[in-house]
Design a protein around this ligand. Structure first.
Ligand code: PLZ
Length: 449
């Protein structure tokens, strides 16, 4: 139950198109973008944002779009959430940067304390702050290597961990993330995931874990392995929830074999999945947890939090970076965390799941192209297939997403096969907007039959 009405940052909460999408101002800006910005930096929609709040993004032509993307799972507390705005305004007027490694400040320490308190497990913890998800994943690997004295890293099929050199090696999908950018960092090995929709019922969580661990033992060897890195629900890979028991079995194996279990909760963290962290769902306690995105209400911040003895294994000066734990980002994070707790956004994410899954299951019941409805909390997806099969339908997925965009609903796609429509609404969105977005989707599905 929300204890106060969700914040809308002064943005009227409705969908309204006053031009075709993209409108003339967006089209003009897109021309400037093409002339000025590197072609490799793509955009999901050719529509430029002017302001945003609640469940709405307003574009430069005055169109009001329903936001089912949250800037890729970032603005979980809403865009320009009031506590975030106030905290950042105060901080920006006090000081913008000293570098924590030069003259530290209390905001960084307070964020570390909050993460140590909130992340799974009641053991002694430490936290280090960085800027991006990829940077934090890299640092988790650095920490695991020093702490174990071992080199190898195991990741999974369909994984996404970032675009830097080490994290490209860890990310599964070639296009667009890796193509032409090698050679990649060595000592990264890939194990099969648990993917219930594609595994079928015969491969339960235990069996899928045994399959993965067999690959790890035969092809890597626990005595060479520093870390197993996994997204508890895969994000870019297709919102894949492993079967129950998969994550606990991996965790038990890591514990028994002196291997650091790293949960990449960059996309799943901070109430997104209807738990504060997705690991909480099955009571899995990772040794290190990587967070970013939803942590700071839209400001760039990421973190590695974990067992004190692992985190403190690194020599002084071994972890850092000019901007890591920037004071504005820390102020925003403290305000975002306060918002999550004060407004029970974990509970709100569960309500969003119920509403969306109820509607999507009803759509699925008479549309065989919806092969699977899955995800948790406000991280929900449909996997689109050729009717009655598991053969991916990326063309339909692309068409539906493009049509939703033209209708003023921001949706994203994902998945190794490009056939997953995913929904990541901000938790400041109202039920009426969610229903309206799903009405649009239902009409579009009906129109493509
Ligand atoms: N780990 C689980 O989801 C970022 C990437 C979008 P950064 N996902 C969105 C794109 O096309 O670049 C992500 C993630 C998981 C790590 C990352 C990387 O986080 O903050 O983008 O570096």
């Amino acid at each position: 139950m929300t204890t106060q009405p969700p914040s809308t940052a002064g943005v009227t909460q409705h969908r309204a198109l006053v031009t075709d999408l993209p409108g003339p101002r967006s089209r003009a800006l897109m021309e400037r973008k093409t002339a000025a910005v590197a072609a490799g930096v793509g955009t999901t929609m050719p529509v430029f944002a002017a302001r945003a709040g609640g469940g709405v993004v307003v574009d430069v032509d005055g169109n009001h779009l329903i936001d089912l993307g949250s800037g890729i799972a970032v603005t979980t507390v809403g865009n320009s959430a009031p506590r975030v705005v106030e905290a950042v305004q105060q901080q920006v007027a006090a000081f913008t940067h000293t570098c924590f490694m030069v003259t530290p400040y209390d905001g960084y320490v307070a964020v570390a304390e909050a993460l140590n308190r909130l992340t799974p497990g009641d053991h002694a913890k430490r936290t280090a702050l960085f800027n991006s998800g990829a940077e934090a994943v890299e640092n988790a690997v650095k920490i695991a290597r020093v702490a174990t004295g071992k080199d190898a890293v195991v990741v999974f099929d369909h994984a996404y961990h970032g675009r830097t050199n080490l994290t490209m090696a860890m990310t599964a999908k070639n296009m667009p993330y890796k193509h032409g950018f090698g050679p990649f960092a060595p000592e990264v090995y890939r194990a099969p995931l648990s993917y219930p929709f594609r595994d079928g019922k015969e491969v339960d969580g235990q069996a899928a874990a045994a399959r993965a661990l067999d690959v790890v033992e035969k092809q890597v060897g626990a005595e060479n392995l520093a870390a197993v890195v996994i997204e508890p629900i895969q994000g870019e890979g297709g919102f894949i929830e492993p079967a129950t028991g998969f994550l606990p079995a991996l965790a038990a194996w890591c514990r028994a074999n002196d291997v650091v279990l790293v949960a990449d909760e960059v996309q799943t963290g901070f109430a997104r999945t209807g738990d504060l962290f997705a690991c909480d769902h099955e009571g899995v306690v990772p040794d290190l947890i990587v967070t970013a995105k939803g942590i700071a209400g839209g400001l760039p911040l990421s973190a590695v939090t974990g067992r004190a003895e692992l985190m403190d294994a690194v020599h002084a000066g071994g972890l850092g970076g000019t901007y890591g734990g920037n004071p504005l980002a820390c102020a925003a994070a403290l305000a975002a965390i306060e918002t999550i707790e004060a407004e029970d956004l974990v509970g709100r994410a569960r309500e969003v799941e119920r509403l969306m899954k109820d509607r999507l299951h009803r759509l699925q019941a008479d549309d065989a192209r919806i092969g699977d409805v899955r995800g948790r909390g406000a991280m929900i997806a449909v996997e689109l297939v050729e009717p009655g099969t598991t053969t991916p339908d990326p063309v339909l997925t692309r068409e539906l997403a493009a049509a939703a965009h033209r209708a003023g609903v921001i949706v994203l796609t994902c998945g190794t096969y490009g056939n997953v429509l995913r929904f990541l609404p901000p938790l400041a969105i109202g039920d009426d907007l969610l229903h309206e977005a799903l009405d649009v989707l239902a009409d579009l599905l009906a129109g493509t039959r």
